[in-house]
Design a protein around this ligand. Structure first.
Ligand SMILES: Nc1ncnc2c1ncn2[C@@H]1O[C@H](COP(=O)(O)OP(=O)(O)O)[C@@H](O)[C@H]1O
Ligand SMILES: [Mg+2]
Length: 220
């Protein structure tokens, strides 16, 4: 079983959106998936509970109980554990990173988010875990040229020597409307968002595959 945690010490960057999309993407591809929600707000659990029909399993738990949840997931023959984490809770987030094969650090392309990421990055590095930064809520690129705000964010991330996911999630209302009913953007008519969500899954699956190089190097 592989474990991926979705983290950011700052709130509102899109952790729950990313965690639920990854769990739904895996489930839709036949991967036995459990989402462990350690955010006291329980947003991911509420989202997935609103889903009609089958979906990934989801449990409410806490940082200190995550190890037991991971054992339980193995016992249930799950192939993927996705951990959605709260903002700010360094100890709980640390538990999640320790148990993960990959930590996805979600950040909006804003100065505040990128600056806030430095601390998250240092925790991931200190724990020696593979981690990658995913830019979320970015404006749509025009003719493959990123908006200035995204270019600045990428420069900031390079300055921090942060590994950056090759997929950028755009700001699209469909992520919000889809999750209202526990669905992924992949299950909605907006093809662009569906493509991005699928590309995110493909990337994460590749990183979690046996023998994949750890995402620990900064992008050139
Ligand atoms: N790519 C996106 N496009 C549009 N809205 C988004 C996107 N990602 C997140 N949001 C919205 O931003 C808000 C915060 O996202 P959420 O996933 O709850 O963040 P977090 O879990 O980090 O607090 C929510 O209202 C969510 O619907
Ligand atoms: Mg959340």
């Amino acid at each position: 079983m592989r474990t991926v945690s979705v983290i950011a010490l700052k709130g509102g960057s899109g952790k729950t959106t990313v965690a639920t999309h990854l769990a739904l993407a895996a489930h839709r591809r036949g991967v036995a998936t459990l989402l462990a929600d350690i955010d006291p707000q329980q947003s991911a659990r509420h989202i997935l509970s609103a889903r009609v029909g089958d979906g990934p399993d989801v449990i409410e738990t806490t940082g200190p109980k995550l190890l037991a949840a991971q054992f339980a997931a193995v016992g249930l023959k799950k192939e993927l554990l996705v951990i959605d984490t709260p903002a700010g809770a360094v100890e709980d987030v640390t538990e999640a990173i320790v148990l993960s094969d990959l930590a996805i650090m979600v950040a909006r392309p804003t100065l505040i988010d990128i600056a806030g990421l430095a601390r998250t990055l240092s925790i991931v590095r200190r724990l020696g875990k593979p981690g990658v930064v995913l830019i979320n809520q970015a404006p749509v690129a025009r003719e493959k040229v990123e908006a200035p705000i995204v270019q600045r964010a990428l420069r900031g991330l390079n300055y921090l020597q942060a590994p950056i996911a090759p997929v950028v999630l755009r700001s699209r209302t469909v992520y919000q409307t889809a999750l209202e009913t526990g669905r992924s953007a992949e299950e909605m008519p907006d093809k662009a968002a569906a493509r991005d969500a699928a590309a995110l899954w493909d990337f994460v699956q590749g990183e979690l595959a046996d023998g994949a190089p750890a995402a620990s190097q900064a992008n050139p």
